[in-house]
Design a binder for this molecule. Structure first.
Ligand SMILES: [Zn+2]
Length: 380
């Protein structure tokens, strides 16, 4: 998962204008039929005041989550517990149910205002019968559900999507899905592959359904099939997972797996003999969860990617032959390194700004295994 590279000014400004305009249209709706929706008291209760409500639509999460006199952080916490409850299965170890109850109780002692959103007196502690546990604890969230239904109708994400999706995605100029870095989105098939992904699922966090910080450009596969309504800890708007894992590969073969050997045996290496893998550099459970939910390993372990690696090994072997035999066309280090560019542009590899390159991280990780080797050949 790659950090979303935000566009430059003036696009950024125009993006802000979209959200500010939507906020204005919500205000008009409130002045016309606020009473019909009976939503003004709810908005004031959650946001504290209208200025905070504006920020909720137009600003970054970090700037609004801790607004005093608001319930925004409490709303977020309640949503997290609700998602966890909905995710539980009968087959789960009973300890998850016990932990869930004790975590929510502990959280309420730190954030007592959570009780304004849920009915904590009816928390159910009996964990032996799963369906009872689920049914009774879901009742705790009845008020939260009701509130979300009102918010959903009022904020009207469907209307927002219809009017702003294409404009926004043109402004973001994000060419590849930041979640998988695998699928082209913008400028592709007239935006038909580009979805608006709600980082905090809109089914639980209706309050955030038209908030700038919560809307991430993504491919349809990630939005609908893989991430869906699941909780991720790291919002690609603020953080990517590039540093936490690397793509790597091995070859089904009897020789020792070194780059030298790969190159020496390059003619024998077949595409179907290559196994792609992910090496994780963290113990962070959220990173592991994200990679597993997105099924990164199996989505990348498909033939076209193995073809890329095979081609890369063979290209690198060509370069090695060039380097070893002094040859007139290849005059300097840059020329030789540029021969690697069919795989990935060196500048991109060095800056690791591959957000807008299809499989950019994958290519950068694989080429980095070879890059040092090639540099070593040139400048031992
Ligand atoms: Zn995707």
């Amino acid at each position: 998962m790659i950090k979303l590279e935000l566009p430059q000014q003036p696009q950024l400004k125009e993006i802000d204008v979209c959200f500010e305009n939507y906020y204005k249209s919500l205000l008009e709706k409130l002045s016309k039929d606020g009473n019909t929706h009976r939503i003004i008291p709810e908005i004031l209760k959650l946001c504290g005041n209208m200025a905070n409500f504006k920020l909720l639509i137009t600003d970054e999460w970090l700037n609004i989550k801790n607004k005093p006199d608001s319930l925004l952080f409490e709303y977020y916490l309640v949503g997290r517990f609700y998602l966890e409850l909905k995710k539980m299965k009968a087959s789960d170890d009973k300890k998850y149910r016990i932990e869930w109850v004790s975590n929510i109780l502990q959280c309420i002692t730190h954030y007592p205002k959570m009780e304004e959103l849920i009915d904590c007196n009816h928390l159910y502690y009996g964990t032996s019968n799963f369906s009872n546990f689920l049914r009774k604890n879901k009742n705790v969230f009845n008020n939260f559900d009701e509130l979300n239904n009102k918010l959903k109708n009022f904020l009207d994400y469907e209307y927002f999507r219809e009017h702003y999706r294409v404009t926004l995605w043109e402004l973001y100029g994000c060419e590849v899905c930041p979640y998988c870095n695998l699928m082209p989105i913008t400028n592709h098939q007239n935006f038909t592959t580009a979805d608006i992904e709600h980082f905090y699922p809109k089914s639980i966090f209706s309050l955030f359904c038209v908030s700038k910080f919560n809307l991430v450009p993504s491919c349809k596969d990630c939005n609908r099939q893989f991430k869906g309504a699941k909780y991720f800890h790291y919002n690609p708007r603020y953080e990517g997972l590039d540093e936490y894992f690397k793509f790597n590969f091995s070859v089904n073969t009897s020789f020792e797996q070194t780059i030298d050997n790969y190159l020496s045996h390059s003619s024998e290496i077949a595409e179907d003999g290559i196994n792609l893998a992910i090496k994780s550099y963290t113990k962070d459970k959220y990173v592991k969860e994200t990679l597993s939910i997105l099924e990164i390993s199996s989505r990348y372990n498909s033939t076209p990617n193995r073809t890329d690696i095979c081609k890369f090994i063979k290209d690198t072997e060509r370069i090695r032959s060039l380097v070893l035999k002094p040859i007139v066309e290849v005059k300097n280090k840059e020329d030789i390194l540029n021969l690697l560019s069919p795989f990935i542009d060196r500048g991109i590899y060095q800056s690791r700004k591959f957000m807008n390159i299809e499989k950019g991280k994958f290519k950068a990780d694989i080429s980095s295994m070879f890059q040092d080797y090639i540099e070593g050949l040139l400048y031992p």
